[in-house]
Structure formats: structure tokens, C-alpha cells
Ligand binder design. Structure first.
Ligand SMILES: [Zn+2]
Length: 349
């Protein structure tokens, strides 16, 4: 077989060639325009059923354990529009030398109308033990066009409530203005890709974040978990007014709305850490006013994780309990319009 015919044969065997012949083998997903058409159709179909679909911009899993079909069918059952499900490389994968898991390509390959291709989560062990390996691979994939989104990167992460229950002593600090932070902010500016950060709300952590946002004005940052304050005594500065100030100062800053319900208590402080809620179980009016004033900056998110994948129904109910308390117009923005605009640079139509 001559070289040309051999190439044609490889092309014929590859499902990705349908979409992106020029960039093989680096490019593993269909072009954004192809994905967008499928996403639009799915969201429109759900809207046609008179339900509120949402785009979950922040969920993650152990990619070796994810049951893709079961997740897809739960999304149908629950009228979830789209989901950015990132792979958190497991300890076993890390030990085998894995520094990047192409879960997104698998998800999009199987269900291209509902999964948003996203990079791997910045979580231990890879994030801490081999940041160079982790970042290098994610940077390459990002530049090859395999993502629409990146993260969630854990710059400051207290143990989650479930980790506390399991007795895990995990506490992450990666300085956001250190080398890793600079690489990620730079990558976002260079590629135009938004990225998610997990960054606990503490007075002392706010100036370094503001410094980075000012230094990289084109970086598109999603600060996950709006108003999730684990220790109120450490966060005297943060308030709806503070967030509004940041929104006005930083045009490429977004917030996702993954947080617990009104009764959710952070076990290490004993405090109700989802601060958007009022004592009566409704939303605080100052937070609602902020969301109504700047709906395009707030994004729906479930924050499913490897240790709670089977609880999607509960997580969906909690998120919808939040969404339904917003004025109708704001609901539609937060649920899917804001993410659409962020991902595709145009209004959902
Ligand atoms: Zn998080």
C-alpha cells in the first residue's frame, strides 16, 4: 500500500476524521459548531416540554468508575440539559503513570448532544504530586481544541463534608498567584477557555485572587460555589456588595451556584455554609437582588462527584430548589443562558 492509500485507510477507520481531518490525531472531539447544534436541539426540546433545563458547568468523577449510560439516562429523567463532567484522575491511575484521562472524548463520542468537553479536575494526587505532568498534558489538550472548559482547579480546598465524615484529613493550598496559577490564567487568556477554581472564601485569600484577575484581564474565571463560606469568622469582607464590586471590576469573572441546601451544615465549623439562604429556608433578598442585576455572571452547577454520583436525584432537587426561587427571567439566565453565552460567545436562541 502506498503512503497515500495507507493514510486514506486510517482516515476511514477513525470516527474522529468525520469532523476534523486536518488536526488528527490531536483533535478528539467534534468542532464546537457541531456540538453546539446538538446542544441547542436538546435544550430546545426540553424547553418545548415546558421544563427548565440547566447546564451543569461543574461536576466531576473517577473516570474509571463512571457508568456513562446510567448518567445519561439520569439526565433524561431529570431534564438536565448539558453537563461538564470532568475526570479526576484516581490514585490507581496516578500510580500507573496516567496524567490525563480522555473521559471528555468518550462522553462526547457517545452522547455528543449532552456532555461538554472539559479538562481534568485539578485535584490530588496528580495536581499536588506531579503538577508539571498534569498541567503539561492538560495544556496540550486545551491547545489541541479538545475542551470547551477547564477545571475545577483546587487552589484552596478545605475537606468536604463527606471527607470529614470519612475521617479524611485533606486540606489543599496551591497559591493562586504562584507558578501554577500563572500558567492556568495564562492558558485561559491564550486559548479563550474558561476555567473553574475552587477557592474557599477567606479574607486573606481575596487580594491574591484580585491581583491575578487584574493581571490577566482576558482570563475567564468561574469561581465555584457562590457564597459558600465554611467559617464566617474568616470571611468578614465577602458579601453581595463585595461580589458586585468584583463583577464590575472584572468583566470575565463568573460564579457558579453549586452549594448546599438551606440546612446543610459544614461539620468542622458547625455553620450553615451556603450563605445565600435565609433562616426561613428562602433565599436572602440581597443575594437575589445581585443575581437579578447580573444574571449573566451566574451559572448553574450540580457539583456531582465520584463519592455522590448515585445521588444525582438529590443534588438535582437541591439545585432546582435554588433556581425556582429566582424570578423566571433570572432562572433562565442562570440555568443555561449564561453558560451558553460564556461557552459560545452568543445569546442562546
Ligand atoms: Zn469545588
Amino acid at each position: 500500500m502506498n503512503a497515500k492509500r495507507r493514510t486514506l485507510r486510517i482516515i476511514a477507520l477513525s470516527p474522529f476524521m468525520l469532523y476534523s481531518a486536518a488536526s488528527l490525531p490531536a483533535r478528539q472531539i467534534p468542532p464546537a459548531e457541531v456540538l453546539k447544534a446538538g446542544y441547542r436541539k436538546r435544550l430546545a426540546a426540553l424547553l418545548g416540554k415546558k421544563v427548565l433545563p440547566y447546564i451543569d458547568v461543574e461536576s466531576s468523577c473517577n473516570p474509571t468508575r463512571l457508568d456513562i449510560d446510567s448518567l445519561a439516562s439520569s439526565m433524561d429523567d431529570l431534564d438536565i440539559g448539558l453537563m461538564a463532567m470532568s475526570a479526576d484522575i484516581s490514585g490507581g491511575q496516578f500510580d500507573r503513570g496516567v496524567r490525563y484521562d480522555p473521559l471528555s472524548a468518550r462522553l462526547v463520542g457517545k452522547y455528543p448532544d449532552r456532555f461538554i468537553p472539559v479538562g481534568n479536575g485539578g485535584v490530588p494526587p496528580a495536581w499536588r504530586k506531579d503538577p508539571e505532568g498534569f498541567l503539561g498534558q492538560n495544556e496540550r489538550q486545551a491547545r489541541d481544541g479538545n475542551f470547551l472548559l477547564m477545571g475545577e482547579f483546587e487552589f484552596r480546598h478545605y475537606p468536604s463534608p463527606r471527607q470529614v465524615k470519612r475521617g479524611e484529613d485533606r486540606d489543599e493550598t496551591v497559591p493562586i498567584d504562584g507558578e501554577i496559577g500563572h500558567r492556568i490564567f495564562h492558558l485561559s487568556e491564550a486559548t479563550g477557555l474558561p476555567f473553574q477554581i475552587h477557592y474557599e472564601i477567606e479574607d486573606g485569600l481575596l487580594p491574591p485572587l484580585e491581583k491575578m484577575l487584574a493581571a490577566y484581564p482576558k482570563a475567564r474565571v468561574i469561581w465555584c460555589h457562590l457564597a459558600q463560606i465554611r467559617y464566617i469568622e474568616r470571611a468578614k469582607t465577602y458579601s453581595p456588595a463585595y461580589v458586585e464590586g468584583m463583577i464590575r471590576k472584572f468583566p470575565n469573572l463568573y460564579f457558579d451556584t453549586a452549594f448546599g441546601g438551606p440546612d446543610s451544615v459544614y461539620p468542622l465549623s458547625g455553620q450553615r455554609h451556603a450563605r445565600v439562604w435565609a433562616d426561613d429556608g428562602g433565599l436572602r433578598t440581597d443575594w437575589v437582588e445581585l443575581l437579578v442585576a447580573y444574571p449573566q455572571r451566574f451559572l448553574a452547577a450540580l457539583d456531582l462527584g465520584g463519592d455522590r454520583m448515585g445521588r444525582i436525584r438529590e443534588w438535582d432537587a437541591n439545585h432546582r430548589n435554588f433556581l425556582r426561587r429566582l424570578p423566571a427571567e433570572t432562572q433562565h439566565h442562570v440555568a443555561y443562558r449564561s453558560a451558553w453565552k460564556l461557552l459560545f460567545g452568543e445569546d442562546f436562541a
